[in-house]
Ligand binder design. Structure first.
Ligand code: NAP
Length: 522
């Protein structure tokens, strides 16, 4: 099977044999992807010249209806997507749901959120302000949709959500989308784009797809395009230096590596509600999607007196997690997405083990359920711990993108906050404490180096939405090594796809422009 590209309004096969997409349990080839020979400059021109004007002719409310129709198409085809996620990503249905249902939920959220923007085609922020003593000359800030293309270069771990969490605010803003999924898991993205295109729910040129290498794609960007990248810090650094991006000051939003933190408060005691909630969350984050989530907990920080009991409690829970072929109904955790990722995680684990000790059994002894370890891409959950969190520099530097976390302890509150900052910027921190005053101090401290802070105590233990779940209402992105990007956060996401400008004019003219704009409130 060949994954075709959808560009210039047509499905086109790339040249050559392309790259193979495989089942990470059985090792079988599922499809091949190639973008060779595709004219990527022409693909971008088509998006800008055909898709952009068609979308911008619609109001926000009309574009919101497009999102609802996409969500309906995805809902109708859900069973086929679950099967693809099983075959191409090795996902048990619960993991597939995070990606697929997360996409549908996010699209519907943005469709609803846009209701307040109504029939407008541009936005206004804040009130008009006077520039003259009598108020007859004023200024106002308006936001116009960008006239270029929204180019998404995505990571392998969310082939569905990675597209739709970006596409929802981009399409709503009136920008056409060109998506390049990570090749190893591109089958689900390809199928979804095919279904949406076949359903004819979008205007011509509003959605394009490149399967296989990005090749020279970013060399053709212009000042009105947006590049939204999710992936490794190394690729992000390469993209930042792309001459066309530098020359045109093209917007580049980066979501990259992250050493997310969970902090157990100093008030916790073994067996307290917050202790148990912390242990459960660490185990959940290590095992959901086999730890292949950019938001997964990588560093678990606890009071020194509790390190042994937390290690014991996490290890006991992990021992009950069944790992193997997700076609077996008993299995809770599947493989990594490819042999390459398995090797990358084993290499990262070996690096961490030069400074940290394994708490869980040695992965070398592990045998997956119903799978051949020589062919399949499994890594069992691995909890490490360090005696001195300041001396173990690697646990604050190396992101192992799999079911791996390191437990470490702090001496006092200030020590905990200092250790949190050693991650040099991450997506999420969570704090588990029954102490209100400590929690408030922790939230404000952790926010200095994390894009989102989750505070959990027993009263919200069952309500909280999870450390690793990127809710569309909440900002997704983090400073420093996490890339410095911002996605989601409700209607805040629209600002990436709009350009803010100031208009200075007579009061009546300002009022006339503002009368046609939707006020954006966050
Ligand atoms: P990657 O190697 O950087 O690949 C990411 C994407 O970039 C893929 O689509 C890849 O295409 C493409 N790419 C690679 N080289 C490129 C180049 N020179 N020009 C343009 N595109 C290029 O990252 P990965 O290893 O797949 O993903 C894992 C990383 O993603 C982890 O570090 C994780 O933290 C991060 N991540 C972050 C988030 C977040 O929201 N912050 C979410 C998920 C993952 P090919 O697949 O064709 O090589």
């Amino acid at each position: 099977m060949q994954l075709t590209n959808f560009v210039v309004g047509q499905w086109c096969a790339g040249a050559g044999t392309g790259q193979a997409l495989r089942d990470p349990v059985l090792g079988t080839e599922l499809a091949r992807a190639s973008s060779e020979g595709i004219d990527l400059a022409a693909a971008l021109r088509y998006s800008r010249e055909i898709g952009g004007p068609a979308l911008r002719a619609l109001s926000y409310a009309e574009r919101a209806q497009l999102l609802t129709r996409i969500a309906d198409v995805l809902t109708a085809n859900r069973p086929a997507y679950v099967k693809i996620a099983l075959e191409n990503s090795g996902s048990p249905e619960s993991d597939a749901a995070v990606d697929i249902d997360g996409s549908i939920y996010t699209l519907k959220f943005y469709a609803r959120a846009a209701a307040s923007l109504g029939a407008a085609r541009y936005l206004q922020e804040g009130d008009a302000q006077s520039l003259s003593k009598d108020g007859a000359f004023q200024t106002s800030h308006l936001l116009l949709p960008l006239r270029g293309a929204a180019i998404f270069i995505n990571a392998f771990n969310f082939p569905a959500w990675g597209l739709w969490e970006k596409a929802a605010p981009a399409l709503l803003s009136g920008m056409p989308v060109l998506v390049k999924p990570a090749t190893s898991t591109a089958l689900l993205t390809w199928q979804m784009v095919q279904d949406v295109i076949n359903a004819k729910v979008l205007p011509e040129g509003a959605l394009s797809l490149i399967c296989g290498s990005a090749r020279d794609l970013v060399e053709h960007v212009s000042f009105d395009d947006v590049v939204a990248f999710t992936g490794s810090a190394a690729t992000a650094a390469r993209l930042r230096g792309t001459p066309a991006i530098v020359q045109h000051s093209t917007r580049l939003n980066v979501e990259a590596d992250s050493l997310n933190l969970a902090l157990l408060g100093p008030d916790a005691t073994a067996g307290s509600d917050e202790f148990d909630l912390f242990v459960r969350e660490v185990v959940r984050e290590m095992t959901v999607k086999a730890g292949q989530k950019c938001t997964a907990i990588r560093r678990a920080l606890v009071p020194a007196a509790l390190q042994a009991s937390v290690a014991e409690a996490i290890a006991a829970r992990l021992a009950k997690v069944t790992v193997g072929n997700p076609r077996n109904a008993e299995v809770r955790m599947g493989p990594l997405v490819s042999k390459a990722q398995q090797q990358s995680v084993l290499d990262g684990l070996a690096q961490l083990r030069s400074q940290a000790q394994l708490v869980t059994p040695d992965p070398a002894q592990f045998r997956p359920i119903d799978a051949d370890p020589a062919i399949a891409a499994f890594v069992p959950p691995a909890l490490l711990q360090v005696a001195d969190a300041h001396a173990a520099s690697l646990v604050h530097e190396v992101e192992v993108f799999g079911p791996v976390a390191t437990l470490m302890s702090y001496a006092d509150e200030q020590d905990a906050f200092a250790l949190a900052r050693l991650g040099l910027g991450s997506l999420v921190a969570s704090v588990f404490s029954a102490d209100d005053a400590f929690t408030q101090r922790a939230v404000l401290e952790l926010a200095g180096s994390h894009g989102r802070v989750l505070a959990v105590h027993s009263a919200v233990g069952k309500l909280q939405t999870g450390h690793g779940n990127a809710m569309p209402m909440c900002l997704h992105g983090g400073p420093g090594r996490a890339g410095g990007g911002e996605e989601l956060g409700g209607l805040r996401a629209l600002s990436l796809y709009h350009r803010r400008f100031a208009v200075q004019a007579g009061a009546e003219r300002i009022a006339g422009l503002r009368a046609q704009a939707a006020s954006v409130t966050y």
